[in-house]
Ligand binder design. Structure first.
Ligand SMILES: [Zn+2]
Ligand SMILES: [Zn+2]
Length: 639
C-alpha cells in the first residue's frame, strides 16, 4: 500500500485528548456551557467532598466521570447546572496521616508535641495533593468549578455548622449522655454508628462457657453463661435470663478426673446442646423463678452499688449460648440499660486506652490491652475450675474505620444528637428520594434508618470543627454559640486577633482559650474540649457551602439537590449524614435522586485500596490508553 506511506496509520488518542482539553481551557468552554443556561430551570448537584491528603485512585475517577456524564447530559437538555467543587478537610482520617508522619501513637504524645503545631500540620496536609486532584479532574474531563470550592475548615463553613448545631441544641436534641458507645482505644475517641458500619470484619474470637456459683445452695450449683469477650468478665454485675423461657437444673457427670464427680448446671432447656457428656435433668423451672438468686463474684473487682444476682430481661434469646447472659454494664449498651432500670451497680476496670486498671486483682494484667488478655483470663478461669468449656467463634466484629484497631463497647460521656426521636421523619424523608439501585432504599439504607441510634457526635480529638458548647464551671449551665458575632459579643474583652471574621481561626487550641461569664451565676464558662464528627461537616454541605443563613440567597436556589452520586460505602456515610442533618434542621430530604456506585476491583476481584497496594496508577492510564477509553470502560463495564 505504497499510496499511504508516510500517513499516520494510528490515531494518537492521548495527544488528541490533550488538544481538546487545551481548547476547552482556552475558550472557557465549561464556563460558557454553564453560563448559556442561566435563567433556565435549575438542576442542582452537590459534590461529595474528597480529602486531598492522598492521591486520587481509580475509584475516585469512577465517581468523577459518572458525575460528569449526568451533569453534561442535563446541561445539554437545557438545565442550568452549576457545579461547585468541595474539599473535606477535618477529622480522624487527616489526623491519622499526620500521626504517621510524626510517629506519634497516642493523644498524650500529640499534646506533648503541641495542639497548635499538630493542627497546623493537619491543615497543611489536606491540600498536599490538591494539584494532583485538580490535574486528574481536568485530565479525565470532569467539568466542575475548582476555583471557588467549599472547604469544611473555613471559618464561614464552620460558622454555618455552628448555626445548625445551635438549632439542634435549642430543640433539646443535642445532649450529653453517659452511654455505652463504640470506642476506638487507639484514637481515644467515640465513634458513631455509621462509622462503625464502615469497619466490620470476620474474626475468630474465643467462645467460652463460664460457671457462676450460686450462693445459699446445699450442693455446688452453677449458672452457666456464654461469652465471646472474656475480658468483659471483670465488669460482670449480673446474669440475665428470659422470664418466660424454661430453664433446667442439669446434674452433670465429670468428663475428666480433674473435675468434681457431679455438679449442677443451670441453663435454658432449649440450649442443652451446650452440655457435653452425660447429664440428668433434675428440675425444670421458669426464668422468672431464678430472679434474685445471688452468685459469687468471679474475680474480686470493686463495684459501686448492688450486684451479682440473677435478673430477667426480654433481650435474652435462645439462638446461641446458654440462655444465661453475662451482663457487664460498662461494656454493652443493653447491659447498661438493664442495670440502670434494675438499680444495679457499675464497674469499669478499663481505662480510656482500653487497658486494665489497677482495679483488676492481677498485677500481670494491669496496663494490658483488654483483647490481648483473653487467653490469660481463660487460663485463670480454668485454674479456678470456673470454665466449663472453650472453643473459638467466627463472627463479624467492628474495627476502627481509620486505624484498624478493634473497637470496644465502652461506657463514656459523649455528646449525642437525638436521631432516635427523628426516626419517623428520617423514614418519611427517605420516601421522597429515588435510589439507584432501588433496593438500597428499603435495604441497606432503609434498614439502617429503621434501627437508627442517637448520633454520637463528639470526638475527643484535635483537628475538627470545635463543638460550640460552653459550660459554666460554677452552676453547670450550658450555652451554645451559633455565630462568630455571638462569640465576640459573649466574650467581650477577649483579645480576638484584629482580623476580619472570615480570617478568624475557630480551631483548637485558640477557641479553647475563649472564656466568658455565665448569665445566671457569673461563673466562668469554658468550651467543652471536644470536636465533632467530620461526617457532620460534610452532611452540612447543602447549606454550609453557601454560608447559610448568614448569606442565604444561594442556598434557597440550591436546595434540595436533584442529584448526588458516590460509591456504595457512602450509603451509611455521607448519604446518611446528609439526610440526618437535613432532617434535623429542615425536616426535608437534601437530595431527590442518589446514584450509588460499585467499588473498583483488581483482576483477582479484590477491592482496590491503598492499604492492599493493588491500586492502578491513573496517570499511567491517562498517558497510555487515554481518559476517554477509561471513561467509556467505566460507563459500560458495570451498567
Ligand atoms: Zn482508631
Ligand atoms: Zn453559672
Amino acid at each position: 500500500m505504497a499510496y499511504f506511506r508516510g500517513e499516520v496509520q494510528k490515531a494518537n488518542f492521548v495527544q488528541l485528548e490533550e488538544e481538546v482539553l487545551n481548547g476547552w481551557n482556552r475558550e472557557k468552554t465549561f464556563e460558557r456551557s454553564v453560563a448559556r443556561r442561566e435563567g433556565c430551570e435549575k438542576f442542582v448537584f452537590v459534590e461529595g467532598p474528597p480529602t486531598a491528603n492522598g492521591l486520587p485512585h481509580p475509584g475516585h475517577i469512577l465517581t468523577r466521570v459518572m458525575k460528569d456524564l449526568v451533569l453534561r447530559y442535563k446541561t445539554m437538555r437545557g438545565f442550568y447546572v452549576e457545579r461547585k467543587a468541595g474539599w473535606d478537610t477535618h477529622g480522624l482520617p487527616v489526623e491519622i496521616e499526620v500521626e504517621k508522619e510524626l510517629g506519634t501513637n497516642s493523644k498524650h504524645e500529640i499534646e506533648e508535641y503541641g495542639i497548635e503545631k499538630f493542627n497546623q500540620k493537619c491543615k497543611d496536609s489536606v491540600f498536599r495533593y490538591e494539584k494532583e486532584w485538580v490535574n486528574a479532574t481536568k485530565r479525565v474531563g470532569f467539568w466542575i468549578d475548582m476555583d471557588s470550592p467549599y472547604i469544611t475548615s473555613d471559618s464561614r463553613y464552620i460558622e454555618s455548622v455552628w448555626w445548625s448545631l445551635k438549632e439542634i441544641w435549642r430543640r433539646g436534641l443535642l445532649y450529653k449522655g453517659h452511654k455505652v458507645v463504640p470506642y476506638c482505644p487507639r484514637c481515644g475517641t467515640t465513634l458513631s454508628s455509621h462509622e462503625v458500619a464502615q469497619g466490620y470484619e470476620n474474626v475468630e474470637d474465643p467462645s467460652i462457657y463460664v460457671k457462676f456459683r450460686l450462693k445459699q445452695e446445699q450442693e455446688p450449683m452453677f449458672m452457666l453463661a456464654w461469652t465471646t469477650t472474656p475480658w468483659t468478665l471483670f465488669g460482670n454485675i449480673a446474669l440475665a435470663v428470659h422470664p418466660a423461657h424454661t430453664y433446667v437444673k442439669a446434674k452433670v457427670k465429670a468428663r475428666e478426673r480433674s473435675e468434681p464427680e457431679e455438679e449442677i448446671l443451670i441453663l435454658a432447656e432449649a440450649r442443652l446442646d451446650a452440655l457435653e457428656g452425660e447429664y440428668e435433668i433434675i428440675e425444670r423451672l421458669r426464668g422468672s423463678d431464678l430472679e434474685g438468686k445471688e452468685y459469687e463474684q468471679l474475680f474480686e473487682v470493686p463495684v459501686e452499688g448492688e450486684s451479682h444476682r440473677v435478673i430477667t430481661a426480654d433481650f435474652v434469646t435462645l439462638e446461641e449460648g446458654t440462655g444465661v447472659v453475662h451482663i457487664a454494664p460498662a461494656f454493652g449498651a443493653d447491659d447498661y440499660e438493664v442495670c440502670r432500670a434494675k438499680g444495679l451497680g457499675f464497674s469499669q476496670p478499663v481505662d480510656s486506652k482500653g487497658q486494665f486498671t489497677s482495679e483488676v486483682p492481677f498485677r500481670s494484667l494491669e496496663g494490658v490491652f483488654v483483647k490481648d488478655a483473653d487467653k490469660h483470663i481463660i487460663e485463670m478461669l480454668e485454674q479456678r475450675g470456673m470454665l466449663y468449656k472453650k472453643s473459638t467463634y467466627l463472627h463479624s466484629y467492628p474495627f476502627c474505620w481509620r486505624c484498624g484497631s478493634p473497637l470496644l463497647y465502652y461506657a463514656r460521656e459523649s455528646w449525642f444528637i437525638g436521631m432516635k426521636s427523628l426516626r419517623d421523619r428520617l423514614i418519611a424523608n427517605n420516601e421522597k428520594i429515588n435510589w439507584y439501585p432501588d433496593h438500597l432504599k428499603y435495604g441497606r439504607f432503609g434498614n439502617f434508618l429503621e434501627n437508627i441510634e442517637d448520633w454520637a457526635l463528639s470526638r475527643e480529638r484535635f483537628w475538627g470543627t470545635p463543638l460550640n458548647i460552653w459550660i459554666c464551671e460554677e452552676c453547670g449551665g450550658e450555652c451554645c454559640i451559633g455565630s462568630i458575632m455571638e462569640l465576640k459579643e459573649r466574650a467581650k474583652g477577649f483579645p480576638f486577633p484584629e482580623e476580619s471574621d472570615v480570617n478568624i481561626d475557630l480551631h483548637r487550641p485558640y477557641i479553647d482559650e475563649v472564656v466568658f461569664r455565665c448569665d445566671d451565676c457569673g461563673g466562668e464558662m469554658r468550651r467543652v474540649k471536644d470536636v465533632i464528627d467530620c461526617w457532620y461537616d460534610s452532611g452540612a454541605a447543602p447549606f454550609a457551602q453557601w454560608h447559610y443563613p448568614y448569606e442565604n440567597e444561594e442556598f434557597k436556589r440550591n436546595f434540595p439537590a436533584n442529584f448526588i452520586t458516590e460509591a456504595i460505602d457512602q450509603t451509611r456515610g455521607w448519604f446518611y449524614s446528609l439526610l440526618a442533618v437535613s432532617t434535623a434542621i429542615f425536616d426535608a430530604p437534601p437530595y431527590l435522586n442518589v446514584l450509588s456506585l460499585g467499588h473498583i476491583l483488581d483482576e483477582k476481584g479484590v477491592k482496590m485500596s491503598k492499604s492492599k497496594g493493588n491500586v492502578i496508577d491513573i496517570t499511567t492510564i491517562f498517558n497510555n490508553e487515554g481518559a476517554d477509553a477509561l471513561r467509556w470502560y467505566f460507563f459500560t463495564a458495570c451498567p
